[in-house]
Design a protein around this ligand. Structure first.
Ligand SMILES: [Zn+2]
Length: 245
């Protein structure tokens, strides 16, 4: 049982050291993540606008072709007007001519609207691009900063991770799960020692009778105030001496 407690405390000490290294990174990882999301959003916006622009240009081209074709027809209809033999033919032709002219002006109007849209999209993309450049520059800086910090502690982190792995395998699965659960809930600290008759996690006094029981290392005790696993100061000292982080 004593070993079980010692190992848990050892794991905690290593994790606390790793947490400190993590803290050195400050808000950089979160900032990098945010910048990446914002950049992605802008890139998606640009892509959508470029896509719409492309489709509009294609539409305009197709309209131009249609207009060309109708103009040829119109010309033909108009020349046929001189060869009509009766009113019925004349009416049919003028109807075709009116229809073609109507279609042409409709397509012309549509093309004007398409052109406006293309210009609008172009302007919008031009407005987003500088913002994207600013974000990309900021991201580059933050990433470089983060990389520097990570690199400075690379060895230390690797050493601690290696050590953690070796200790973690010695912890029984249910203990490990309890440990990780408390750790997650209580800001990283799951195992604390008793210092000056109090839990060093929440600083609430541990009743004297409970202190004696904890000192006996017969079972796992949790702090009645914060729920962290408590170990005696003897174990704390012993482990600290042993691992020398
Ligand atoms: Zn406590």
């Amino acid at each position: 049982m004593k070993d079980r407690l010692s190992t848990l405390y050892e794991l905690q000490l290593i994790d606390s050291q790793l947490d400190e290294l993590e803290e050195l990174r400050g808000d950089l990882p979160a900032a990098v993540y945010d910048l990446k999301s914002q950049i992605q959003l802008f890139e998606e916006q640009i892509e959508a606008k470029e896509d719409e622009k492309k489709k509009s240009i294609n539409k305009r081209k197709q309209n131009d072709d249609d207009i060309e074709r109708m103009k040829v027809n119109l010309k033909r209809f108009k020349s046929q007007l001189y060869q009509v033999r009766n009113n019925k033919e004349y009416d049919a032709l003028t109807k075709e001519i009116d229809h073609s002219e109507g279609q042409i002006s409709k397509l012309d109007a549509e093309n004007n609207a398409v052109e406006d849209l293309v210009q609008k999209l172009k302007k919008e993309v031009e407005e987003i691009k500088p913002q994207l450049d600013t974000l990309a520059k900021e991201l580059k800086e933050k990433e470089a900063e983060l990389k520097q910090i990570v690199k400075a502690n690379e060895r230390e982190e690797a050493r601690l991770r290696d050590k953690r792995e070796k200790v973690a395998v010695k912890v029984k699965k249910p203990d490990y799960n309890t440990y990780m659960r408390i750790r997650k809930a209580l800001n990283g600290k799951a195992v604390t020692s008793i210092a000056r008759a109090a839990c060093s996690g929440c600083h609430n006094v541990v009743p004297p009778q409970r202190q004696i029981e904890i000192k006996q290392n017969k079972r796992l005790f949790s702090c009645e105030s914060c729920g962290r696993i408590l170990v005696s100061s003897d174990i704390a000292e012993e482990v600290q001496k042993k691992i020398q982080l």
